[in-house]
Design a protein around this ligand. Structure first.
Ligand code: UDP
Length: 238
């Protein structure tokens, strides 16, 4: 592991929506290339990188269930969406010369490895970027919760949640001009004030396992790299 980095092993959570750019659905390949560049810069420092990707650009289970679908089936569709995203991300990362593995929480061995913790850690140690797909493998969970679970299991030093805003605010900064920005905040306050950082299951897991969480803006070039180095960026939840 790298000694000079504040966080030598990181788990980066990217929402599915981020891959869609302004299109809202599917992929924007310029965005994908941009993310790949951000990841490459982090990998170049010697950091070990795990990625969890959402599926909101393809299917959201809760939304389909509101439209009348059974929630369980809808959630499985959502998880499959994250696999599609993982393969897209793998393609752009490998085109830039990074070694990667996709590991899925639902077995589909023709196209990706099943998630086996010890194997995931081994991949990370050999500097392969591991993309964890299919969420937790369970309906009624989110990819945020999957990200925290994987971060804890692989003993990541930090979880970085990439969003489209600069960090944690007292209200949605896109709607409320008076929203206050937090440079740091405790898990407890995030939970008490019901700030929309991650769902409560994910935040609880972070808190119970004392996993530091950095929320930052993925559209800001170099933000993830600076976070990994321990520079001040985004909001630190701890
Ligand atoms: N999902 C699930 N279990 C999991 C992770 C995800 O059922 O462990 C489903 C759920 O339907 C969710 C969808 O996959 O709506 C896509 O994930 P999410 O909404 O978390 O993606 P994001 O908002 O990060 O793009």
């Amino acid at each position: 592991r790298s000694d000079t980095l504040r966080y030598p092993r990181v788990l980066l959570k990217l929402s599915g929506e981020a891959l869609a750019g302004d299109r809202g659905f599917g992929f924007d390949f310029d965005r994908l290339t941009f993310f790949a560049q951000q990841v490459e810069d982090v990998v170049a420092t010697g950091a070990e990188v795990g990625l969890v990707i959402g599926g909101g650009n393809i299917v959201r289970g809760a939304q389909l269930s509101r439209m009348g679908m059974d929630r369980v089936g809808a959630d499985y569709m959502g998880m499959l969406g994250t696999v599609i995203n993982a393969l897209a991300l793998q393609d752009v990362l490998e085109k830039r010369g990074m070694d990667t593995r996709v590991m899925t929480a639902i077995r589909m061995e023709e196209l990706a490895e099943p998630y086996i913790r010890r194997r995931a850690v081994r991949h990370l140690e050999t500097r392969r970027v591991v993309i964890f797909a299919a969420g937790t493998g369970n309906p009624y969970f989110s990819t945020d919760t999957a990200a925290v679970l994987r971060a804890i299991q692989i003993k990541a030093d930090v979880i970085i949640k990439a969003t489209s805003v600069d960090g944690v605010y007292s209200a949605d900064p896109k709607q409320d001009p008076n929203a206050r920005f937090y440079e740091t905040i405790s898990y407890r306050d995030v939970m008490l004030e019901e700030l929309r950082v991650m769902d409560q299951t994910a935040i609880t897991l972070c808190k119970e396992n004392r996993l530091p969480l950095i929320v930052l803006n993925i559209n800001e070039t170099g933000a993830v790299l600076r976070a990994v180095r321990g520079e001040k960026v985004g909001t630190l939840v701890s």
